[in-house]
Design a protein around this ligand. Structure first.
Ligand code: DAH
Length: 347
């Protein structure tokens, strides 16, 4: 090839190349031109490679000319590419193909616990309950003392309770809302108080360091255990179905007397006994009882004038029972594949 290279052939190449870059009408054409002149086997590149074999007399001039040409063409290429690119963007978008189908937007949904709680609240609103709330960061006084917890009660232990100071903690239950509400309102009252509670527990499939509870409280003259049973039973039948019934098992809570744990018929075996209910036919769903006279005294009520019942249930647990969810930690891991199963279950 070296014998064909002369000053005039380089001039000719320069003209052709500059024209071709200048006349490229779009990015694709420009790329073809770039490959033809500046690519690995392009004309300019080939001459540059063969400079060493040129005759001594013309080598320096042709060498300089071809090197300058390469620099000039590279700059022209950059400029042209930028122009064609912005032309294309101006025409309606960045490499947009308007014939492609559009991408549909991602629609979110409400968290399953939110949906469950909403349905539960509706049932209680239907029975005349109204909503009350209390703080997550609570005084020891409301979380324990005014609920009649003895000073040495095990749940006051650091191992179970997150203390922020000696007197301030993350509430371990929604029961403190009972006292806060009674301090501000006179009976008759009928409230539910849902909210987040915290316990210093090692998480496992049935324990989480934070979960949702819902408290219930009804105070008036002559409120009885029969009223408690009636409301709880109505809730269970409304939420789990008419064939679910409840039973009360004697239990101990410091703030109720008598106290009970409430079971409902096992939804899986309908009471026959299976692995889910450990062959008993019953599943525990809440704690409940008649408000302890000491709690009334802390709240400023006369226990001789008023009686009341209270109950507290774990919303996560209810959701797990309702939908057969096997691990409480699923509620907090925000795995969209899990959460989206429940979207649309309630409006
Ligand atoms: N606060 C109790 C707990 O977290 C649940 C509870 C039991 C609430 C009995 C009540 C009740 O209102 O009467 O274990």
């Amino acid at each position: 090839m070296s014998d064909e290279i002369s000053e005039s052939s380089v001039e000719d190449l320069s003209n052709r190349a500059l024209n071709s870059f200048e006349n490229a009408k779009n990015l694709e054409e420009l790329e073809t031109v770039r490959v033809a002149f500046l690519g690995r086997k392009g004309e300019v590149t080939q001459i540059l490679r063969s400079i060493a074999s040129l005759p001594q007399e013309i080598r320096p001039r042709i060498g300089k000319r071809i090197n300058d040409l390469k620099i000039e063409l590279s700059a022209l290429y950059e400029k042209k590419a930028e122009e064609l690119q912005s032309e294309r963007e101006g025409e309606g978008g960045f490499l947009l193909d308007p014939t492609l189908p559009g991408r549909s937007g991602f629609e979110g949904g409400l968290h399953v616990l939110h949906l469950v709680l909403k349905e539960i609240k509706e049932i209680f609103y239907g029975m005349g309950y109204s909503l009350a709330e209390g703080p997550d960061v609570e005084l020891d006084y409301y979380n324990f003392e005014a609920l009649n917890f003895p000073p040495d009660h095990p749940s006051r232990d650091l191992q179970d309770t997150f203390y922020l100071t000696k007197d301030i903690l993350l509430r371990t239950q929604t029961s403190p809302v009972q006292v806060r509400y009674m301090e501000k309102h006179k009976p008759p009252l009928r409230i539910i108080a849902p909210g987040r509670v915290y316990r210093n527990e090692t998480p496992d499939p049935s324990h989480s360091a934070e979960f949702l509870q819902m408290e219930g409280l009804y105070v008036d003259k002559n409120v009885s255990l029969a009223d408690l049973r009636s409301d709880v039973s109505h809730f269970v039948k409304s939420y789990f179905g008419d064939d679910a019934s409840v039973r009360f098992r004697p239990h101990y809570f410091p703030f109720t007397e008598p106290s009970a744990e409430v079971d409902m018929t096992c939804f899986a075996c309908k009471g026959k006994g299976c692995s889910i209910c450990q062959k008993t036919g019953w599943i525990e769903i809440m704690g409940a009882g008649m408000v302890h006279p000491s709690v009334f005294k802390y709240a400023g009520y006369d226990p001789d004038e008023y009686t009341g019942f209270a109950f507290g249930m774990g919303i996560d647990r209810i959701a797990m029972l309702k939908y057969g969810i096997d691990d409480i930690r699923r509620f907090l891991t925000n795995d969209i594949r899990f959460l989206r199963q429940f979207w649309g279950f309630s409006s």
